[in-house]
Structures are given as structure tokens and as C-alpha cells.
Write a protein that binds this ligand. Structure first.
Ligand code: GLP
Length: 260
């Protein structure tokens, strides 16, 4: 794992945006994996700005989102469809037919999940998977106890995930109980995993994910097994890391060819 600690979420998100922008320039047919939540918002704002300022071209890029609620229409204001169109897709030139988000209204959920996995394979696999981190250590919606080799499937939300999603649904009781999420095995197939985490409330989960044992109880810890996992944090989210001095030393002494 590469751990990058920045003074604040804006500077952290700029590094993530540079990584993705460089990939899209070098490989116009890139395949990007996207996440939702508050954490990646500044990253998407940066990508929209780079697209506007430099004409960064997304016309040949394909994207796959991590997850979506089951039982709500894409037009629902709290759907991840609505989130992605509001914060990214409506501001860049990625063709609609290249955008993939799990279908929360699919009649045959297992078939829809198999189809999603096949679409990722047909696209050549995900080059960079953007990830956030739940306070319970989940990535995507792989709640604690998720199989470390799980694939895209239906998943039951943990109470704390429904609690944090509550404001968007007028209360926890209205939050869907099930989602479709890429699995941990699906996420691990990405060529690079790019996880962002900000703020004090993520510090405990970050410390377990980075420096704790690999365990299904902290699904994000599976990234310790990934050959190219880049974890970008603000200083508050990094507050409980024991080896922060080493991660900063590594970052400050990167050879030029490794710099972002
Ligand atoms: C949800 C999403 C995750 C996201 C997490 C954290 O559970 N399914 O992909 O990482 O929330 O959200 P936030 O960034 O708002 O803390």
C-alpha cells in the first residue's frame, strides 16, 4: 500500500485528480471505477475543472460505479445515479452508453450482477477504482463479514450505514435495506485502487484498514493484498496511524519518475 497524507482534503483530492487525469490522457480508452458519498466530491469537482480548463477528454472513457440502492428508481434524489449525474457525468463528455451503474430496479438481481461483472470484463477490467471508506471499514457496500473474494451481488446494509444515509431519505427507517455492490474480489481485480478518506470520524477505520490484520470484519483491509493500492488521507483521517512518519518519509523522498 502507498499511504499519502495531505494537510487537507482539497490537496488530497487534487493528487487523486492528477492520477486520473494523467491516466485518461495516456490511455483515452481508460476504464474508471467511481464511488459515491461525501469523500469523492472534491475529486469530481477537480476532474470537472480539469475537463473545463484543459479539455480533458472523457469521450472514450468507460465507467463503472461501485453500488446502488435496490428498490429506488435512478431518478430518486438519493440514488447513486442521481449523485453521479449531479456531481460528474452532466459536467463532462463521457457518453451515456459508456456509463455503468448497478440497476437497483432489476427484476432478476443475480442475473443483473452477473451481467455487471461480465461488462467489466468485456471493457478490459477497471484501470483505477476510486473508493471511499465507511466508518465501519466497508468499501463499496461490502459491510463487515463480507467475503474477501466476493463478487457483485445483493448486500444487506448494516444499521450504521443506513443511519448515515438517513438524511437523504428522510430518516433511517426510509433507507433501503438492500443494495447491489461490487464485491471485494471485484474491487481487487482493478489495476489500481485509489482510496480517499477524510476527517476524524474515519481515523479509527483507516488505522484498522492500513495497519490492522486483514479481516472480513474490516473489509477495506483487503487492500493490503492489492499490488497497487494508493490511500490518500487528510491529516485528521491519518491521526491514528502508527507509521505516519514513515509514510511521509516515503512520499517526501519519491524519485521524480514516481511522483504524481
Ligand atoms: C457509502 C458508499 C461508500 C462510501 C461510504 C462513505 O457507504 N457505499 O462507497 O465510501 O458511504 O461515505 P462518505 O464518503 O460520505 O463518508
Amino acid at each position: 500500500m502507498e499511504i499519502i497524507i495531505q494537510p487537507d482534503s482539497q490537496q488530497a483530492s487534487q493528487i487523486a485528480a492528477r492520477i486520473i487525469a494523467r491516466l485518461v490522457r495516456e490511455k483515452p480508452h481508460s476504464v474508471l471505477g467511481f464511488a459515491t458519498g461525501n469523500t469523492p466530491l472534491q475529486l469530481y469537482q477537480n476532474l470537472v475543472a480539469v475537463h473545463g480548463d484543459t479539455g480533458l477528454d472523457f469521450s472514450d472513457v468507460t465507467s463503472f460505479n461501485l453500488d446502488e440502492y435496490i428498490g429506488i428508481p435512478p431518478a430518486h434524489p438519493s440514488s447513486f445515479h442521481s449523485y453521479m449525474w449531479a456531481h460528474l457525468f452532466s459536467h463532462i463528455n463521457m457518453p451515456k452508453e459508456r456509463i455503468n451503474i448497478p440497476d437497483g430496479l432489476a427484476g432478476d438481481i443475480p442475473a443483473a450482477c452477473r451481467k455487471y461483472e461480465q461488462a467489466i470484463r468485456t471493457a478490459g477490467g477497471i484501470d483505477v477504482q476510486v473508493l471511499g471508506l465507511g466508518t465501519n471499514g466497508h468499501i463499496g457496500f461490502n459491510e463487515p463479514s463480507s467475503s474477501l473474494s466476493s463478487r457483485t451481488r445483493i448486500k444487506t446494509l448494516a444499521d450504521d450505514s443506513r443511519l448515515s444515509a438517513g438524511p437523504g431519505f428522510g430518516g433511517q427507517e426510509n433507507v433501503p435495506t438492500h443494495v447491489i455492490t461490487m464485491g471485494l474480489g471485484t474491487i481487487m481485480d482493478a489495476k489500481m485502487c485509489l482510496l480517499l478518506a477524510f476527517g476524524k470520524k474515519k481515523a479509527a477505520a483507516v488505522a484498522k484498514m492500513v495497519e490492522g490484520p486483514v479481516t472480513a470484519m474490516v473489509p477495506g483491509s483487503v487492500l493490503q493484498m492489492h499490488p497497487r493500492a494508493v490511500i490518500i488521507l487528510d491529516k485528521d483521517a491519518a491521526a491514528e496511524l502508527k507509521m505516519a512518519y514513515y509514510y511521509n518519509w516515503v512520499h517526501d523522498h519519491k524519485p521524480d519518475w514516481q511522483k504524481y
